[in-house]
Design a protein around this ligand. Sequence first.
Ligand SMILES: [Fe+2]
Ligand SMILES: [Fe+2]
Length: 265
Amino acid sequence: MIKILAVGDVIGRPGRQALQVGLAKVRESMTPDFIIVNGENSAGGFGITRKIFDDFINSCGVDCVTMGNHWMDKRDIYEFRDHPQIVLPANMSNVDDPAKGLRILESKSGVRVAVMNLLGKVFMKGENSCPFAMVDKMLDLTPSYVKVRLLDVHAEATSEKQGLGQYLAGRLSAVYGTHSHVPTADERILKNHTGFVTDLGMTGPYDSVIGIDPDSAVRRLRTGEKRNFEPAKNDLWFYGMLFEINEDSGACTGVHRLRFPAKDS
Ligand SMILES: [Fe+2]
Ligand SMILES: [Fe+2]
């Protein structure tokens, strides 16, 4: 059995602090074999930089970084977007390539792991292609000997994330949602095979509006004015899901929510 930890959208510097504290805490009580982090908001709330990516991989021990609609918000991503440990949303109009949304990596225990990233279409900006068709293309590219397969569905609508979960039930080891920055309490195993949760929730400041400073977010909602639109600072929490997966069959046998305050003590 292999234990894979998926961590929800890391929000700016407060989120990075929460990630560091949270991962240290997780390692005290369990030993994840493979760690996936959603990094699309890790640089000031929008995008990712090379330095932050390197810190995730080298300092935090993250194995793979998935992205989302903010993948290109910081310019230096263009220099490392083909890095083998970063996964772009395959069906986003400025990616549109199944190979860029799929990475095949190896866990600490030597098990091959396929990680995929897709965007939803419902309530999402841009002319992104159909996620259902795109995930089929990504599965066609995945060698049959790679049994452990996970998908980060980066989408707004809960219905679309659940639709993809049902569409992929029995074919992937885990399907989990990101992007809303709000956790859902519906983790379960579909068709005795596919670990599922509609949204992981964010790792970052919860005294906020989906991670953003509450005063600036409320001002923007009321007046449309976008000023000081940056991550909030208070009430840091770590949110993720631990999937236990049989490496021979690829079936998920356990889904465990990880949720705790992540402040340096
Ligand atoms: Fe996000
Ligand atoms: Fe997003």
